[in-house]
Design a binder for this molecule. Structure first.
Ligand code: 4AD
Ligand code: MG
Length: 434
């Protein structure tokens, strides 16, 4: 019988069996009589053991000197070993080197600076910590999709090329689009989701968005992924309930399905366990009062920066909603509060532990005249928004929605110092390579 190819994640079900392994040698430690090869195959990490007595001289020397990141197939026996994280190891009987690097692998055990690691991101992805982070990202996105599927939302894939600026004119990427002229890369899919919500009720998207922001903070990317939802007939309150249910679902499902990965990267899980709905709410106005008491030099009407957000959020163990910002610091489409038209029915959800805004949300203006006025105030060309205004001309209803930044959410759940590690290939102010 031919030996079966088994992935490391399934080794525990094949103890005592001879199997085939396909993967890479990510590290090694060799003595005179025994070589320990640290192996990985994309599903996990395991130790392989080669004993000199089982090989001829030349073969054992090859194993002893094998270069890091050589790709190999191995025939070996899986044995129980209580000391290793997997509780198993692979006793090597035969090894075939598929490809051995000529040079030493650039990423070694020694400490590397972040610029070097980002320059070698295509290789850095192979390291243990990045492996776990990307698996957690995968679980987070899976949880998001499951949440919407369980709650009867319809997936709407919104376009990347758009003629209508979705957020603000200040940070768009524009390019020439055949005879049409200037178009933009989507900052958001929201406007299109609003159209879809009038057709399908409850809708969501998940895709890349682009902001030409000259910010070099640990929270900003130039290209980031956003999950947005939009629901017909939802008001501000319904919107916040949906957001807290989504965020607590994401955190709880990630704890359920990726607890090993979270532990491997050293995340304090007790902090995440507390993230269950409902979340606290404070108004923007209350937040300003709080900040002034704390000695911040900020007045009503100013927007929050990272320090202000961190100070507000650090009073709470869970994410906190800050609602009803001044109209002038928020986007054109937000519904003014009837009881105080200087503020809009919006919320930002701030993550704890200094991770800042993970969601931006609002009720939308649903009356044509009000929207036209706001478009004009923002110097946006009415021509490009005729389709968007049509939504207010034919069976308009109040509706609300939000956008959740995937990378900010991953950075928070993983406890990362910087957002650049939360996405496979980050696009930042100074980097589009690799
Ligand atoms: O608050 P924002 O700009 O909201 C919108 O785009 C709305 N149109 C969403 C909607 O209502 N459908 O962005 C939403 C979220 C932010 O809360 C943040 O998490 C993330 O997207 N985000 C960024 N993440 C990384 N890098 C950037 N430069 C980001 N800008 C926003
Ligand atoms: Mg925002």
């Amino acid at each position: 019988m031919k030996t079966q190819w088994i992935y490391i994640k399934d080794f525990k079900n094949h103890i005592g069996e001879e199997i085939e392994f396909r993967g890479w040698v990510w590290n090694k430690r060799s003595g005179g009589k025994i070589a320990f090869l640290q192996l990985r195959d994309g599903t996990g990490f395991v130790q392989g053991i080669a004993e000199k007595k089982n090989f001829d001289e030349e073969q054992f020397e090859k194993i002893r000197k094998i270069k890091m990141e050589s790709s190999v197939t191995i025939i070996g026996e899986i044995k129980r070993d209580e000391r290793s994280p997997q509780n198993v190891e692979l006793h090597i009987k035969n090894i075939e080197i598929i490809h051995e690097p000529k040079d030493d692998y650039p990423i070694s055990k020694k400490e590397h600076g972040i610029d070097f690691l980002m320059e070698n991101r295509h290789l850095w992805l192979r390291s243990k910590r990045q492996f776990h982070i990307l698996r957690i990202r995968n679980e987070i996105i899976k949880a998001i999709r499951d949440f919407y599927n369980q709650n009867d939302f319809i997936l709407i894939d919104t376009p990347i090329f758009t003629g209508s600026i979705g957020e603000s004119a200040g940070n768009t990427f524009s390019l020439d689009y055949f005879d049409y002229g200037k178009v933009y890369l989507a900052q958001t899919g929201q406007l299109y989701l609003e159209a879809a919500a009038m057709a399908l009720g409850k809708v969501y998207n998940l895709g890349p968005t682009f902001r030409s922001e000259k910010s070099k903070t640990r929270r900003h990317l130039i290209e980031f992924w956003m999950n947005e939802a939009e629901v017909a007939f939802y008001r501000h309150e319904d919107n916040m309930r949906l957001q807290e249910n989504l965020v607590s679902y994401i955190v709880q499902k990630t704890l359920e399905n990726a607890s090993e990965d979270l532990k491997e990267i050293g995340r304090d899980i007790t902090k995440l366990e507390k993230v269950t709905a409902p979340f606290e709410r404070i108004t923007y106005t209350k937040a300003i009062e709080f900040l002034n008491k704390k000695g911040f030099n900020i007045s009503w009407g100013d927007d929050f920066g990272a320090d202000e957000e961190t100070a507000i959020a650090s009073q709470f163990e869970k994410p906190v909603f800050v609602e009803k910002y001044p109209k002038k610091v928020k986007a054109f489409y937000m519904q003014p509060d009837e009881t105080n038209p200087d503020v809009v029915l919006c919320d930002d959800l701030l993550a704890p532990e200094g991770y800042g805004e993970i969601i931006g949300a609002s009720e939308r203006i649903w009356k044509e005249e009000v929207l036209i006025e706001r478009l004009k105030e923002n110097n946006l060309p009415l021509d490009e928004y005729q389709w968007y205004l049509d939504l207010r001309r034919y069976g308009s209803v109040p509706h609300s929605g939000f956008g959740l930044g995937i990378e900010r959410t991953v950075a928070w759940i993983c406890g990362l110092e910087h957002i650049r590690e939360s996405i496979p290939f980050a696009r930042t102010l100074y980097r589009v390579y690799p």
